[in-house]
Each structure stands twice: as C-alpha cells, then as structure tokens.
Write a new protein. Structure first.
Length: 484
C-alpha cells in the first residue's frame, strides 16, 4: 500500500518540533530493524557521528534514559524499517523519495511530556512509531523561538510551518524476505502532485519523486491538466487548479484538484496598540501584503479608500481610536485593525490598577475595569494589598530621564510580567512560572517617558521586582525620585 501525505498549514504558527505521522501498532511487533543512521539516537544537527547502516534491537531498548523523561531515540535518514513479532512476522515500511526520520518507543509523546521521573513512565500496550519528514535539531530550542531576531547558523534546523509532502510503502512482512531488495525495487504507482499557494498568490506544484513531469490546468479556462508545469505562476482570484504527475515508464497519477478563493489583503498592523501615552504618541502603520495601500481613520469610523492614505508615522495628543484597513487591486479588502490610545497625564508617583480574576497570561488591561486604583511611590509588590491568590496589577508612572543613552530594565516575577516604555515592550516575562528574571534595553532621551509594568498572579508563590541600569549607574531598584 502506498501512503501519500500532504500538509499545508494556514495562519500564523510558531516553528514546530516535528512534521510527520504517529502510528500505534501491535505490541507484539516489538523487534525493530532498519536501514538508516545509528545505532545511537541522532537528530538533524547531531547525526554525523551516527553511521548509515543496518541496525536491529527491541523497541524497549530504543529508549534513552535521560534524568528527566523527554523526546528521545530519533533516527535520521531511514530508508526502510521492519517491526516484527517472535515469529518474525510484522510490518515493512519503505520511504519513497527522500528518507524519513523515525522513532519507535513504548511511550507516547504525551507520556514523555507529563512524566517528571523515570518511574512515572508505564509502557503502553502498543508500539508508538513516528515517521517524520522533518524534525527540529536538539540544539535549536532558543533559536527556533527567536529566529526573527538572529542569523544564527542553526536556523537551518528549525522546522518552519510551510507545506510538506512525503510518501512511504506499507506491506506485511515475513522475516525470511529481503527488505533491502524490496526497498530498492521500483513499483508502478505514481503519487499525486502537491498543489499549494503562498500568501503572495504564487501557485507551486511539486512531486516528491525525481524525474516526474507535472501537467496542470486552471479551471474554468483550462479544465484539463495539459499544460507543462515549469515554474510557479500567479493566481489571485477564485479558481481551481488540476494537476497530474507523469513518471515514465510507470504512467500517470490520479488527477488532483485544489480550489482557491480570492486572496484577501492581510490586515495592517498598528504600532503601538491599545496603550497609554504621556502628552503625545507616535503611531506607525504597516502592511504585510507587499504593495498594499493603507487607509485609516482617527474617529473610530470604518476606513475605506476615501479615508486618508497612510504615508508615514503620525502623532496624536488626545484620546483616539485608530482604525486601519489595507487595499490592493485584485484582492479583497483586509480586515480592519483597531487600536485605542489614552493619555496618562499624572505628574508624580505611581498609579496602580488592581484587578481580580484568573488568567494564564497577562490580560488586556486596556479594556478591563480595575477593582481598585491607588497611588504609591515605588513599584513594589509588598506595598499593594491583594488577595494573595489570583489577581493582576498594572503600574503606570511618568519616568524622568536626566541623561541620554541606553537603559536596561529588568523584571523578576512569579508569575508573569511585562514592562513597557512609551508603549514599546522592553521586557517580556509572561505566563505562569516560578521566579524568573528577564531584561531588555531601550535608548531614551532626556525628558518624561511613560513607564508601564504589568503583572499577574496565578496562585502559589508571588513576587515582582523591577530594576534598571543607566549609562552612568549600575543596576538598582527604580527609586521614588525617578517618578517625581
């Protein structure tokens, strides 16, 4: 049996740990043999010391007993594998086209994530087999999250959320057969081509087999797939693309069809958004869709192409609701982006807004009504009366900067916190966690700047510490004099 997988993600997604399929197989198929890299575990960025070869072991022996249970036992560049019972009968899997990554264990991914000690793991009554077309490298955890901010070499081992396709053969297996010979043999079945369209409207048609010719047609103008596909082509409006793969001497694949709706312009981004400001606020609009024009309003009304066109950053000095939409010929109008801005005209001290509720991340304070508001002289958790359990705090203050330069801000918190200066996020330390400290830098000019610190408590221990470091002073708590 030939199995084809085609995956086309939609919407914003983070980089991924793996792309593939999980199979749950009979527990008696507990002997693994494969041709790939081994015998020890290996990953895309840690495989050069694992030789290509033929290896055999039990599924249980594949497990690598790290001190804390975690993903393990991966094998790269696997051409074929068998899983057998004691009678040497079972299943043969052969990669078609590019080799695959493989993991065979008696535990699920969820089992490994939940267990904190080895004795928490209980073997399942089935074999868990992962076949992956792409796996993230083990040294790529931090880089995968911050890939937009770095040119670090390990970017090549991140798993981007893009289209993927892969194929493999499944067949019953008897131990006296020869898997290598069966794996090398060609079979007269041609996989269907994979049709995708990116956010720029370019249609890409691919095959995971070498030497394959692709023919296509775009309905309704060309209902039959007869044109030779040689390169991506633009398709913005409503249409269906039909395609077939031809591989000599085996013939043609089945015709595959993919329907696309008219492209919609991405909603513009308003920076900053939903924030307070001191005296004035500089606002920037940006469009992700290349060549799109942005039109906006400042009175909360719906923008159309008669509204002012965005030509560059603008400044507001009063409470304002900015609404913006993007337009491009041939595309549908974008969704409308909206952001509200409120002046904060306090002259000294720190205003504290106290909210009662349960959150797993910092809430949107801008659209919440505080349960209580008070004034303090410094940003200190111990100065605020709280329920000690589930609550959130928003600190607002005018920060007086006396000399220009780069300033470093720190928040240490249990649970989450964030720090903003003039609506710009400087420190991100969000989500439930034990005490953890993060920092960020910002260049500031002399004068008044709006400082905002957000914090939430999700039960258990609680703590919030805020420090800064300037061009000519070392790290210290922000003194009350900085808010006068």
């Amino acid at each position: 049996m030939l199995v084809d997988h085609q995956m086309d993600p939609h919407g914003p997604m983070p980089t991924l740990a793996r792309v593939g399929i999980e199979l749950r197989l009979r527990p008696e198929w507990n002997t693994l043999e494969y041709f790939g890299r081994g015998p020890h575990e290996n990953y895309p960025d840690r495989k050069s010391g694992a030789a290509l070869g033929r290896y055999r072991s039990t599924v249980a022996d594949q497990y690598v007993p790290y001190g804390v249970p975690q993903d393990n036992a991966a094998k790269q560049d696997v051409r074929w594998l068998t899983l057998e019972n004691k009678q040497q009968a079972g299943l043969l899997i052969v990669a078609r086209g590019e080799p695959l990554a493989m993991t065979a264990l008696p535990y699920t991914t969820g089992d490994l994530e939940k267990a904190t000690h080895l004795n928490h793991l209980q073997a399942r009554d089935f074999v868990v087999l992962h076949l992956d077309v792409r796996q993230r490298g083990v040294g790529n955890g931090v880089d995968a999250v911050k890939r937009e901010d770095t040119d670090f070499l390990l970017n090549q081992y991140a798993v981007d959320p893009r289209p993927y396709a892969f194929s493999y053969w499944l067949r019953p297996w008897e131990g006296d057969a020869r898997p290598a010979e069966w794996a090398r043999a060609e079979r007269p079945l041609v996989s269907e081509p994979f049709i995708t369209r990116d956010d720029r409207g370019q249609v890409l048609i691919t095959s995971n087999l070498p030497r394959t010719e692709i023919r296509y047609g775009v309905q309704p103008s060309a209902p039959s797939p007869t044109a030779a596909y040689t390169q991506p082509f633009p398709l913005i409006g409503n249409a269906s693309v039909r395609a077939v793969a031809v591989l000599k001497p085996y013939g043609r694949s089945r015709v595959t069809e993919r329907s696309f709706s008219q492209l919609v312009v991405d909603a513009p981004r308003i920076t900053p958004a939903n924030t307070y400001f001191y005296q004035t606020c500089r606002i920037t609009l940006s469009a992700a869709t290349k060549g799109a024009a942005i039109h906006y309003t400042l009175d909360g009304s719906e923008p159309d192409q008669r509204a002012p066109r965005y030509e560059g950053p603008f400044v507001i000095d009063r409470e304002t609701t900015v609404r913006a939409a993007a337009f491009k010929e041939g595309y549908e109008k974008s969704a409308t982006a909206s952001a509200a801005f409120k002046p904060c005209m306090m002259e000294k001290g720190v205003r504290v807004n106290y909210f009662v509720g349960r959150w797993r991340a910092l809430p949107d304070f801008f659209h919440l009504t505080p349960d209580r508001t008070e004034s303090v002289t410094r940003i200190r958790l111990q100065d605020i009366e709280t329920n000690q359990d589930h609550y959130a705090l928003q600190f607002l203050a005018i920060l007086f900067i006396r000399e220009p330069g780069v300033y470093t801000f720190y928040t240490g918190s249990n649970d989450g916190s964030r720090l903003y200066v003039d609506g710009r996020e400087v420190v991100s330390n969000d989500f439930p966690h034990g005490y953890s400290e993060e920092s960020g830098k910002i260049e500031l000019q002399p004068g008044r700047h709006l400082l905002e610190v957000r914090y939430f408590q999700n039960g258990g221990g609680q703590d919030l510490l805020v420090f800064w470091e300037g061009p000519h002073f070392s790290r210290q708590e922000i003194p009350a004099t900085a808010f006068e």
